[in-house]
Design a binder for this molecule. Structure first.
Ligand code: SF4
Ligand code: SF4
Length: 417
């Protein structure tokens, strides 16, 4: 299907479309919206998006494993034109993402976003779960943990065990492990100090097997940046599975003056068997995009720091950690939005693209996590309250329409100038 390439088309959100209760009509509206918006990503590859500086990645969450939500989120954001969907390195989660992508492509013939799995080389905020025994909670506790959780991952509602179609067990009380993504907001609010942090490291052998499957296009390795020994150990353990990847991403926090030397050490570890493109995910303020406008400042500051660094290693730069609807404006203020440069590493670029064109965007793109899940989550929760928690969003096109409008409102500004 030929899609019109235009960023100027207004999204049709007429009241008439919203209130139309007929599913067929709603599904047609979904197709019309996607066609009329005609985002560049619908006809260009994820790699081209990185080079142009309009790459958008959805972060499902390195620890988020609610496969029903992940499937529906992947479907909605594929329709909205994301270039990549990043998820936990777990086979059932990967299956859920792929199912969402393929159903979106059944609705309208879009190009496929890359699927990226996230792993860690050491203890990391993104790879932890909250845990407590609800039996230990005092009966008179006002349960502030429930209200502070952005993932609806703490429940005390008995007799509401959801009817999941996937084979997972959801506890009725306490932390719903699959939904907890480790943001840590519940830890300090418990007046009785009942909540524990459980950290874990993804198994390298399982990860390596996943990378060799046709289902996975890219990997992201989260590293603390404090030292590079653990990165080297993981890279060695992954072995030749890295050659199956289209993109290798390294996610790291801002380590100040030592960041560039850490990046160079990591790159020199990867370089001997790096056969794909690589990307640096600049994790400004981890897992905070849903908090508000101020959350994006740290990732913008990180971007400015990296853009001005002369001796950084090759690789695309992509923002994360605190990214939200204010991130585009922040980049524009700093003159970094879709700003193209001629790379100093032209040999590297040429060897990987087969093209002599070494121009690329200074900032390749952005990853949206908690904020992206929050805005579409409202539509998902609305659907689930009417149709059950296992509802598939394509079966309820009026909810799909609402979710898609939210997703496009986030993705489109980054895709267009
Ligand atoms: S760590 Fe975050 S996501 Fe997990 S239960 Fe606590 S508040 Fe919810
Ligand atoms: S705040 Fe602490 S004590 Fe209260 S319900 Fe939550 S975990 Fe239990």
């Amino acid at each position: 299907m030929a899609l019109r390439i235009s960023c100027n088309t207004q999204i049709s959100t007429s009241p008439q479309a919203k209130v139309d209760s007929r599913s067929k009509k709603c599904l047609q509206n979904v197709k019309s919206i996607v066609n009329n918006v005609g985002l560049p990503s619908m006809s260009s590859s994820p790699l081209e998006a990185l080079k142009r500086g309009n790459w958008v990645k959805l972060i499902c969450g390195a620890s988020f494993e609610d496969v029903v939500d992940i499937r529906n989120l992947s479907l909605v954001y594929t329709l909205a034109g994301v270039d990549c969907i990043d998820c936990a390195a777990d086979a059932s989660v990967v299956n859920a993402v792929n199912e969402g992508i393929e159903i979106a492509r059944d609705i309208i013939n879009l190009r496929r976003p890359w699927l990226m799995i996230s792993v860690n080389d050491d203890k990391d905020l993104h790879f932890r779960k909250a845990e407590f025994d609800p039996e230990d909670c005092p009966a008179d506790c006002s349960r502030p943990c429930v209200n502070v959780c952005p993932a609806n991952a703490i429940s005390f509602q008995e007799n509401t065990a959801p009817e999941y179609s996937f084979d997972i067990q959801i506890p009725r009380d306490g932390v719903i492990t699959e939904r907890c993504y480790g943001c840590g907001r519940c830890f300090p609010v418990c007046p009785y100090d009942k909540i524990r942090e459980v950290t874990y490291i993804r198994d390298a052998t399982t990860t390596s097997d996943l990378m060799k499957s046709d289902d996975v296009d890219a990997i992201e390795i989260h590293t603390s940046g404090r030292q590079t020994t653990t990165f080297r150990e993981l890279w060695t353990a992954l072995g030749d599975s890295v050659k199956y990847m289209k993109l290798i991403a390294v996610s790291l926090p801002n380590g100040g003056d030592s960041t560039i030397s850490t990046m160079n050490e990591i790159f020199s570890t990867m370089e001997p068997n790096l056969q794909s493109f690589n990307l640096w995910q600049l994790d400004g303020r981890p897992m905070s995009g849903d908090i508000g406008r101020g959350a994006t400042k740290e990732t913008i500051a990180f971007a400015v720091q990296m853009a001005n660094a002369r001796d950084r290693p090759p690789g695309f730069l992509q923002l994360a950690g605190g990214t939200n609807a204010h991130t585009v404006d922040g980049l524009k203020r700093e003159g970094l939005f879709q700003t193209t440069i001629v790379t100093e590493n032209s040999d590297y670029a040429t060897s990987r693209t087969g093209s002599a064109d070494s121009s690329q965007a200074l900032i390749g793109g952005v990853a949206y996590g908690g904020y992206a899940r929050k805005i579409v989550g409202k539509a998902l929760r609305g659907m689930q309250s009417q149709h059950g928690v296992a509802a598939c969003i394509e079966d309820h096109p009026q909810h799909l329409l609402l979710a898609l409008e939210e997703a496009l409102a986030l993705v489109r500004p980054f895709k267009c100038r």
